[in-house]
Design a protein around this ligand. Structure first.
Ligand code: DQA
Length: 141
């Protein structure tokens, strides 16, 4: 079984970016821990700061039944991208929307998600553990 984790814009800076909000850990250490804990799952990772690249990756895996699903932290595109929402709606795989911070406890502009309605579920506010909770949800189905 495979799971693809996609991170959107600015999430390549995890560990250095606003540590008071996003913590001190890097995505590399998060992925190491996940791959150790879920050694039976092939966990792939893709990060891009570009909306179209995220859409292309969703299309590439979206009809491949060897994936249990996609864990997507679309970053700020969460709040703006009808195009990413359309891509999620277009594919067959389940997508779980993930956020490191609790977006609902932050500025009003972060309260609305363009993608929640086309995702299987939403996990927000658990730091990098949000990714593990999403992997757990996909692996349990
Ligand atoms: C984020 C929340 C978004 O509002 C923000 O633009 C991000 C990260 C999160 O993981 O908490 O880039 O998706």
């Amino acid at each position: 079984m495979k799971i693809l984790i996609i991170n959107g814009p600015n999430l390549n800076l995890l560990g250095r970016r606003e540590p008071g909000i996003y913590g001190n850990n890097t995505m590399a250490s998060c992925l190491d821990a996940l791959r150790q804990q879920y050694s039976n799952i092939e966990i792939e990772y893709f990060q891009s700061n570009h909306e179209g690249a995220i859409i292309d990756r969703l299309h590439e895996v979206g009809f491949d039944e060897s994936y249990a699903g996609v864990v997507l932290n679309a970053g700020a595109y969460t709040h703006t991208s009808l195009a990413i929402a359309d891509a999620i709606a277009a594919i067959n795989l389940s997508v779980i929307e993930v956020h490191i911070s609790n977006v609902h406890a932050r500025e009003a502009v972060r309260h609305h998600s363009m993608i929640s309605g086309v995702c299987k579920g939403v996990i927000a506010g658990f730091g990098l553990d949000s990714y593990r909770l999403a992997v757990e949800a996909l692996s349990a189905k």
